[in-house]
Design a protein around this ligand. Structure first.
Ligand SMILES: Cc1ncc(C[n+]2csc(CCO)c2C)c(N)n1
Length: 229
């Protein structure tokens, strides 16, 4: 998303983006994304990322389905039910396209459990989706969409092409994904507009946590994070 398309008023999204700029900047410049942009990311680290992302996307789809069930109108129900479906479609494309082109054996995926960070992030999303109100659930889900949209465009702008990771970059820099992200931002801002101060505070906390966990997810892939025992 360009600066012009970014919310500017004192909306929830504008405040949350501003408050978490240091996290976004850390994500933008972390070794995983620098190496992805210049095409030097070692395959082993991308394979780790893809396997964990396949686990993540199914859990994310479940959290979206819970958000759909909590929606306060039919538009929200459709929006998040469709997003849940897209999460599963993206997960399946990892198996049919990405796993194949980067040499991940289906048996390797089946035999690899969630890393500690993936486990933490997905547990946080599912627990928040179940326990919190609709606006707070949306705030927890938003960084996943928004950070990927910004990172996708940022990486595209500086990517060395052709790049082994072109397909990944194009998915998240593409207009179709960005249109969906703008819609999630708008729905979150609508929910925040009538939220109490307590709910708003919980929204900011959920947004910050999810943003931190996005950084941790990439960092874990870079470190090939695994369970110590
Ligand atoms: C850790 C992690 N965070 C965000 C995404 C991005 N993402 C993938 S599918 C989807 C929307 C589905 O409706 C979004 C936002 C990811 N892949 N992995």
């Amino acid at each position: 998303m360009t600066d012009a398309a970014r919310p500017t008023a004192a909306t929830f999204s504008a405040q949350a983006w501003q408050a978490n700029l240091p996290v976004y900047e850390a994500i933008r410049t972390m070794p995983f994304n620098m190496a992805l942009a210049d095409g030097t990311l070692p395959g082993e680290r991308f394979r780790h990322y893809m396997i964990q992302d396949a686990h993540y996307l199914i859990a994310f789809g479940r959290a979206l389905a819970i958000a759909a069930a909590k929606a306060d109108d039919a538009d929200g129900l459709v929006q998040f039910a469709q997003a849940a479906q897209v999460a599963v479609i993206v997960e399946r494309s990892l198996h049919t396209d990405f796993f194949r082109s980067f040499g991940v054996d289906p048996a390797e995926f089946e035999g690899t459990e969630m890393s500690p960070v993936c486990h933490h992030y997905t547990s946080f999303l599912i627990a928040t989706a179940h326990a919190e109100s609709y606006p707070v659930v949306l705030a927890a889900l938003l960084p996943c969409f928004w950070i990927y949209a910004e990172i996708g465009r940022d990486i595209l702008a500086r990517a060395v092409r052709p790049n082994a990771y072109d397909a990944w970059i194009d998915t998240y820099a593409g207009e179709e994904f960005h249109e969906a992200v703008r819609a999630v931002i708008a729905t979150t801002d609508r929910a925040a507009a009538t939220a109490s101060p307590d709910v708003l505070a919980r929204m900011h906390e959920a947004y910050r946590r999810a943003s931190q966990l996005e950084w941790m997810f990439w960092d874990s892939a870079w470190r090939l994070g695994a369970w110590p025992l």
